[in-house]
Design a protein. Structure first.
Length: 286
């Protein structure tokens, strides 16, 4: 089965961000995010990816104690009009950058989700994707998303995931089979998880012969201390850019469609995939 969409016509420069938000300070974190977007623009990026739950910070005690103050409200269409996000809205519009940023979203039906907000180049904000694979105690605070999502930027198809989603090969594969050229994953990996952090997203790139953009939180206080290492991978899982385990960073790379085409020609897993991989199965005694 071959993905149904051709390669893009031109490269796309993307930025991945690692940064330390302040727990519960949506307005302050939006202001900091606006500055990070301007930094990304200064390095030529047209898309910027910020960490999971960046706008409220991934800090479960704060998220549990103050849901009203840490959530952003979405209307029935998914649009978000929260004035605390106005600096980010303005930065995206002025920089002409599409932004993907993590937030806790409250939906009209009462669901609370770990969301990836899309701030488009006109400054409009909407919920682009709700995390489907909740991890551990997230299930006590949030509802799981019901569907995958693809972000269209120029003629690039960008599959969306959030952190633990990327630990499931099927999630990225679904994006690739929908024609994704890249997979964007705002994340929150804790200190001590460096091996898994660096393995999962490189594997998702090679599994699906697509680019992967991994953003991560950094810093904080134990047990909610994060390990940076934001990275951009090419379709063979090779590192195009990677941050250190500490410190704020805005890392930029150009996604080259020629590399996508060459990799998929040489490594044809998507085209060769069986419709029922591994079925039927047999068993035997050894």
């Amino acid at each position: 089965m071959t993905p149904p969409h051709p390669a893009p016509s031109a490269p796309l420069t993307v930025a991945t961000v690692q940064a330390t938000p302040t727990p519960g300070d949506v307005a302050g974190n939006a202001l900091a995010a606006a500055e990070l977007v301007r930094r990304a623009d200064g390095q030529g990026a047209r898309v910027a990816v910020l960490p999971e739950l960046y706008l409220c910070a991934y800090h479960p005690p704060t998220l549990a104690a103050d849901p009203a103050g840490t959530d952003v409200a979405a209307d029935p269409t998914g649009a978000v009009a929260d004035p605390r996000l106005d600096p980010l809205r303005v930065a995206a519009r002025e920089a002409d950058v599409t932004v993907l940023v993590g937030a806790a979203a409250r939906h009209p039906d009462g669901r609370r989700t770990i969301a990836a907000l899309v701030v488009d180049r006109a400054g409009a904000i909407r919920v682009g994707y709700d995390k489907q694979q909740l991890w551990g105690g997230e299930r006590d605070l949030f509802d799981a998303g019901a569907r995958g999502a693809t972000l269209l930027v120029d003629d690039w198809r960008l599959g969306l995931g959030i952190c633990y989603d990327g630990c499931f090969p099927e999630h990225a594969r679904a994006a690739a089979l929908d024609g994704a050229h890249a997979y964007l994953c705002p994340s929150g990996y804790l200190a001590g998880s460096e091996h898994r952090r660096d393995l999962y997203y490189a594997a998702r790139a090679l599994d699906n012969t697509m680019f992967v953009v991994f953003a991560n939180a950094v810093g904080g206080v134990d047990p909610w201390r994060f390990n940076g290492g934001a990275a951009i991978y090419d379709p063979q899982g090779r590192v195009l850019a990677r941050g250190a385990d500490e410190g704020t960073a805005v890392l930029v790379a150009a996604l080259d469609p020629a590399e996508l085409v060459a990799t998929r020609a040489a490594h044809s897993m998507l085209a060769d995939r069986l419709p029922d991989q591994g079925d039927p199965r047999g068993s035997m005694s050894g």
